[in-house]
Design a protein around this ligand. Structure first.
Ligand SMILES: Cc1cc2nc3c(=O)[nH]c(=O)nc-3n(C[C@H](O)[C@H](O)[C@H](O)COP(=O)(O)OP(=O)(O)OC[C@H]3O[C@@H](n4cnc5c(N)ncnc54)[C@H](O)[C@@H]3O)c2cc1C
Length: 357
């Protein structure tokens, strides 16, 4: 054992030898999951991050980090405390500095919590917030993050898509702790409520925020949030998505898709061509530069099936495509394809599908 420790210390660079030393004695994974919350609940994408932590190791000790202020934070912390059997503690950073997803104060928070906790892994979901935060925090901790992980085969071996999802790459993380990664929530199913019935509730602890200074607030400030007032499900987590492409021809025609979405309890998505044409706002874009979705049912109307669009929806369980061009590439990805005029099909569907009760 002594020889192994000496070898490990020799391999370490100046300044990080203690980290390497700690690593050679570490027996079990311990993971910090950076969680997002809304309305007093941990968001589904963060519950997927907990499932990813379990995929790292069944014996993982998971700490959940939540930030913000007010009663919603405490409610979300209670939710987090019983959200997964492996959660051993919930850390709350109660300050207005963390009430909004600003990467600068959050990166400082993450660095401070990691330095105190010495976790082997840090996991966040590949949301806009996670993508913004993780590289910044990784730079502060002097490690390289692994992004967009879709499968975990060993504690430090991960699968991630490359070339817009056309190839899957298996990577081994060989750096020092922490191994930081963002995960695609569509690839990790959250633990079901039934599996939680026996769970004990994890303790909730306040994070020491003495590190916070004017400097941690950074150069960005929260201005405002504009969101659609809709009862429809969130695009990234919806069970059914109906997507329109350039073939819809106008913003007015997109209302037909919205009516179908109402009937199916679905979210509406769009291609970049439809967004660029101004038919719908860009938060509906699905694809390489939009949202990644993997619903039970994905219905594409007037979508050609460009590689960049497929990158965002090819993992959907059932894909239905309606296109008047029999050679459209979308049919190669579709489980069910209909060569037809989308307006005729939409009219018929709207007539035949009853309104949602
Ligand atoms: C770097 C980069 C990133 C990109 N990121 C994304 C991304 O994230 N998401 C994305 O979607 N795209 C993205 N794109 C753009 C992508 O390459 C395509 O241009 C885009 O997806 C095409 O959108 P579309 O299928 O709506 O339009 P088109 O390719 O024009 O297809 C329209 C389809 O509608 C059909 N159609 C027309 N009228 C009817 C009708 N009446 N009935 C039935 N069918 C009809 C046509 O046959 C055609 O197949 C990206 C491109 C680049 C270069």
């Amino acid at each position: 054992m002594a020889a192994m420790v000496v070898a490990a210390l020799r391999r370490g660079r100046g300044g990080c030898s203690s980290r390497v030393f700690a690593q050679s004695f570490r027996r079990f994974a311990s993971t910090l999951v950076v969680a997002e919350h809304e309305g007093g609940q941990v968001k589904p994408s963060s519950l997927s991050a907990l499932a990813a932590a379990e995929a790292v190791s069944k014996e993982n000790k998971i700490s959940v980090l939540l930030g913000g202020s007010g009663p919603a934070l405490h409610k979300a912390a209670e939710h987090a405390a019983s959200s997964h059997p492996l959660v051993s503690e919930v850390l709350i950073a109660e300050s207005d500095a963390f009430a909004h997803p600003l990467a600068e104060p959050w990166a400082d928070l993450l660095r401070s919590v990691q330095q105190k906790g010495g976790y082997s892994h840090v996991i966040a979901s590949s949301t806009s917030f996670g993508k913004n935060l993780l590289p910044r925090a990784a730079a502060l901790l002097d490690v390289s993050p692994v992004t967009d992980v879709t499968a975990i085969t060993e504690e430090r071996v991960f699968v991630r898509p490359i070339y817009a999802g056309n190839a899957l790459c298996t990577v081994r993380y060989t750096g020092v702790d922490p191994c930081m990664m963002s995960i695609r929530s569509t690839s990790f199913s959250p633990t079901t409520t039934e599996a939680m019935s026996e769970t004990k509730v994890a303790p909730i602890t306040q994070v020491d925020l003495s590190f916070l200074s004017e400097g941690s607030l950074g150069k960005s400030a929260w201005v405002s949030l504009t969101s659609q007032d809709t009862e429809r499900p969130d695009l990234a987590n919806a069970r059914v998505v109906v997507t329109g492409g350039r073939g819809l021809k106008s913003a007015e025609n997109f209302k037909l898709l919205e009516q179908l979405a109402e009937k199916l309890g679905a979210a509406v998505g769009a291609t970049r061509a439809a967004v660029d044409a101004g038919f719908v706002p860009n938060d509906l874009q699905v694809g390489q530069t939009g949202k990644i979705v993997a619903p039970e049912l994905y219905m594409a109307f007037g979508v050609s099936g460009a590689i960049q669009h497929l990158a965002g929806m090819r993992d959907s369980k059932v894909i239905v495509a309606v296109n008047k061009d029999a050679d459209a590439p979308i049919f190669q990805a579709a489980d069910y394809g209909l060569v037809a005029d989308l307006f005729e099909v939409l009219e018929e569907l709207l007539k035949k599908i009853p309104d949602k009760k």
